[in-house]
Structures are given as structure tokens and as C-alpha cells.
Design a protein around this ligand. Structure first.
Ligand SMILES: [Zn+2]
Ligand SMILES: [Zn+2]
Length: 390
């Protein structure tokens, strides 16, 4: 089959005779039609993340079922499907993480396009129980971003935003996580970084979880315009803020730096004056380590900060007294548990996610995957790009 194969750092070859995947009895064989381009693909390509070559990359996959193993269930040939990038690899979800409901943190997690071959190829075989059918009304060149770019922020917002003391002091805590009565409804959310993941975060917070205000923070005005279209009620360009206040943040340290960060945080929450400057949940989707202190500074007391974007380096200077003093909950998040995938598919089918806005580049083909990676790196892709496989 035709496939985009990484043979080593920056050695991405399009080959036409790669071995077809072997389908197990509980697997489905899927024709990969469109694959979302993620910064993880770029990290693999540049060798920032270790991998075992040869590796077919691509982990945001939408396709069509071509064949079913003898014991595969729930799907038919021709069904349109999406595949989560991380799914459990333990026997019947019996590892300690899966038993706690964290199928996204399975001890034997399978990482498509990293630990095993991915979807930048004509075919891929996946267990049928981790393959999710999607209505044909959802275009496959948009559906492919659901598995990672949409599902990761979905899980963060749905399951990682509620502070523990609220859960503890509610008679029916399940209501806090149910869409109809979700805790985020009517709350104020701040999102740092409006990229491939930050965009869906803004969109879901505003449209699906019905936050009252969503403040988007970035250093590029075009990203902030994009955020407005996705539902942000306010935008802040942090770079412009520092420039206008004659602050060169990278030259500051200690108290001066803390003061500058605190000024930016106050500027961000000043947009919420009507609500007594209340910031209920901060999501850091920037992937920039030094955003974390600003995120902590921006959150209101007794509230939550969620690390959604992957920071490649440690924070340089940070005084964690603030976490204690503000009684903050700092939550990590990782992919999406299998039981939330169905809800996401329903959300998309009900048109509560603006996939058509989130996918901003549809003209890349598999042959041009390397160009797409360079464009992503060069900041030329506003939202998500999707790669057409055939
Ligand atoms: Zn990804
Ligand atoms: Zn497991």
C-alpha cells in the first residue's frame, strides 16, 4: 500500500509498496481517507520525540470500513469511522488505570502513528471496539480532526474543569459533568494559545459547554480573529500588551517578572469586570512553558488550571506559593477516555462543533505531507490542516 513512512529523523518517504496491515479477528480494516496534521507529527519528524523506524505517522484518522475480522462487532463494510489516537492495549480493560475509568491512560496504551503504524497510509487495522462510527453527513475531511484536536479539549473541559470542593459539596455530582447541567455553564473561561487544539477548546467552551465568557489569549492577531469566529467573547494579544506597557518580559526576572505577569493576568480578567473579574477555568493550550505562571495568576481563587498543550521545556521561574494561596486545582489532561468518544460524535452530528471553521487547510495530499509539516512549523496553518490520503 501507499504510505508516508518515517525512516529516521527528517527522513519522510512516500512509498507505494509498504506491507498492508494484518487484521486480527476482532479488528476492522479501514481505508484511511483523511488525516489531521498534528504538531506531534512534526515532533516525530524532527526527532524531538523518540520512535522506532520505520514508522507510518498520522493519528487523527477518518476513513471507511473495508473489511471486518471474524469476531469484529458493531460495524459494517462501508461505514464511515473515526479512530481515537490513544486506545487501551490491555486485556479487556482490566489494568489498574482502565479499571478506574481512565481508558485514555491504560498501562498498555496504544499510540497510533507513534507506538504503532498510523493513518498516513491507504489502510490501517484497529480493534472494532475502538473504532467509532460517524454519520455520513459529517465530511470525512473534517471528521478526521475529532479523534485528537476535538476530543482532547472535550475531555479537558468536561472532566477536568470542576474543582474538587464543588464535587464534594454537591448532592448529585454527576450533574456537574452532564452537558445539560455542566458546571461550566454560565462560567468564565480563559484559553491560552489558539492553535490546532486551542481553537476547538474555545469553540467547545463557548458552544457546547455554554460558558458565559471565553477569553482567548495569543500573540497573533489573526489567531485572535479566528478565536472570535469560534465563539470567544473577548481576545487579548499578550505580546501587544507587553509592548504597549514597555515590558520586555524575556529580560525580566524575580519580582519584576512576577509583577509583569500579574499585570497581564489583571489585564486579561479586566474583560470580566461585569462578573467581578471571576475566572473559573484556565486552559493552557499554548505549548509554551512560560505561559503556566500567567495561567496560574489569571485563575480566580478555588478554581482550576488545566495543562492541555504539551510544554517541551520546564518553566524557567515560578513561585508555587500562588497555587497554595489561591487554593487552585492544577489538572493535567491526556487524550480522551473511550466512553466520552460517543458523546463527542453525537455533539458533532448535532452540529454543536464548528468543524468547518476549525479545519482551515484542506488542500494537502499524502505526497505533500512534508510540505504540510513545514507549513505547520512556519505558522502558515491557522487552525487544523487535513491530509487527503487518496
Ligand atoms: Zn495529535
Ligand atoms: Zn488498560
Amino acid at each position: 500500500m501507499k504510505a508516508a513512512v518515517l525512516y529516521g529523523k527528517e527522513e519522510l518517504n512516500i512509498v507505494s509498496d509498504f506491507d498492508d496491515p494484518i487484521m486480527g479477528s476482532s479488528d476492522v480494516l479501514i481505508q484511511s481517507k483523511y488525516v489531521g496534521l498534528c504538531s506531534t507529527d512534526r515532533s516525530l519528524y524532527r526527532g524531538f520525540v523518540p520512535f522506532k523506524p520505520p514508522l507510518i505517522i498520522g493519528h487523527e484518522i477518518a476513513g471507511v470500513v473495508e473489511d471486518l475480522g471474524a469476531s469484529a462487532t458493531g460495524l459494517d463494510v462501508g461505514d464511515h469511522v473515526i479512530i481515537p489516537p490513544v486506545y487501551p492495549g490491555c486485556e479487556n480493560e482490566t489494568c489498574s488505570s482502565c479499571k478506574e475509568g481512565l481508558t485514555n491512560r491504560c498501562k498498555k496504551s496504544v499510540f497510533i502513528g507513534h507506538g504503532v503504524h498510523g493513518g498516513d497510509a491507504e489502510l490501517i487495522a484497529v480493534p472494532s471496539k475502538y473504532t467509532f462510527k460517524i454519520d455520513e453527513s459529517v465530511p470525512l475531511d473534517e471528521a478526521c480532526i475529532i479523534p485528537d484536536a476535538v476530543s482532547t479539549p472535550f475531555h479537558a473541559l468536561k472532566s477536568r474543569s470542576v474543582p474538587p470542593h464543588i464535587i464534594q459539596h454537591t448532592s448529585n455530582p454527576n450533574r456537574l459533568f452532564d452537558r445539560k447541567s455542566h458546571w461550566l455553564q454560565g462560567k468564565n473561561v480563559v484559553v491560552f494559545g489558539v492553535g490546532g487544539v486551542g481553537g476547538p477548546t474555545v469553540n467547545l467552551a463557548a458552544k457546547y459547554f455554554k460558558a458565559k465568557n471565553v477569553v482567548a489569549v495569543d500573540i497573533f492577531n489573526e489567531k485572535l480573529e479566528f478565536a472570535k469566529n469560534l465563539g470567544a467573547t473577548h481576545t487579548v494579544n499578550s505580546k501587544t500588551y507587553f509592548e504597549e506597557n514597555n515590558i520586555v518580559i524575556n529580560e525580566l526576572s524575580g519580582r519584576d517578572k512576577a509583577k509583569a505577569i500579574s499585570g497581564l493576568a489583571r489585564h486579561i480578567s479586566s474583560h470580566l469586570a461585569e462578573d467581578k473579574f471571576q475566572v473559573d477555568c484556565v486552559l493552557d493550550c499554548s505549548g509554551v512553558p512560560d505561559t503556566f505562571p500567567t495561567a496560574v495568576e489569571t485563575a480566580s481563587k478555588n478554581r482550576t488550571v488545566i495543562q492541555v498543550g504539551w510544554p517541551p521545556k520546564p518553566v524557567r521561574e515560578f513561585l508555587n506559593q500562588k497555587i497554595m494561596d489561591k487554593y487552585l486545582t492544577i489538572n493535567g489532561t491526556w487524550a480522551c477516555p473511550m466512553n466520552e468518544m460517543k458523546e463527542i460524535v453525537e455533539a458533532v452530528e448535532a452540529n454543536t462543533v464548528d468543524l468547518n471553521l476549525l479545519v482551515t487547510n484542506k488542500d494537502y495530499t499524502l505526497d505533500r505531507l512534508e510540505n504540510a509539516i513545514h507549513d505547520l512549523e512556519g505558522g502558515k496553518i491557522l487552525g487544523r490542516a487535513t491530509i487527503s490520503i487518496v
